[in-house]
Design a protein around this ligand. Structure first.
Ligand code: MG
Length: 200
């Protein structure tokens, strides 16, 4: 499956780690891939570290060592700024390999669907190349969620929408979720257990 978000910092990695953990706890073999990552070098962990811990893998298996860019900007821009070679979506796809026997394989994009992931494309292009069984769209539940979800979903193939940080007692959250479910036909999930079931 491919995990993307309505933007950056929506919780893609957290959601991915929760899913991987749940499947592992259920006895399934899982693997995570972050084809490229850029990050603030002042932070203690990167997405690859978090996903690797959840999947029981090494961070360099999740994201190849040469695809770590220590500048918190879109990866192709970070590469340019660091004076490292440009790379394409095809390069990322070619570098992506799965161990044997994986039941659930999760690929995390960068930023939102239209954020540059390589000099030739974005997470939409990555998805077109990988043809995942499922696309998960992670959205923060807040004012503006409906707009963000509809814009992102319009360029994705029938995504499962996960409203992250959803609180049942919050009227804004509840009404946003209902609006999306009733009026857009999107598949909207608001809690992690339900997301695990939906994707299993
Ligand atoms: Mg992330």
């Amino acid at each position: 499956m491919l995990v993307t978000g309505t933007g950056t910092s929506t919780g893609k990695t957290w959601v991915g780690a929760q899913l991987l953990g749940a499947w592992r706890a259920g006895g399934h073999t899982v693997a995570a891939r972050k084809p490229v990552q850029s990050y603030d070098p002042g932070l203690e962990t990167t997405d690859a570290d978090v996903l690797a811990a959840a999947a029981g893998e090494q961070p360099e298996s999740v994201c190849p060592g040469h695809r770590w860019y220590e500048v918190p900007m879109a990866p192709p821009i970070a590469a340019e700024l660091l004076g490292r070679p440009a790379f394409s979506v095809d390069d990322l796809v070619d570098e992506l390999a799965w161990p044997g026997g994986v039941r659930y394989g999760l690929v995390e994009g960068v930023g939102g669907p239209r954020s540059p992931i390589a000099s030739t494309g974005d997470t939409v292009a990555l998805g077109e190349a990988l043809k995942p069984d499922t696309v998960v769209l992670v959205a923060p539940t807040e004012l503006g969620t409906i707009n963000a979800v509809l814009l992102a979903a319009s360029v994705l193939d029938d995504p499962v929408v996960f409203l992250n940080r959803y609180r049942e007692g919050n009227p804004l959250h509840a009404r946003n979720a209902r609006w999306l479910r009733d009026r857009t036909g999107l598949d909207v999930v608001t809690d992690m257990d339900a997301l695990v079931s939906r994707l299993s």
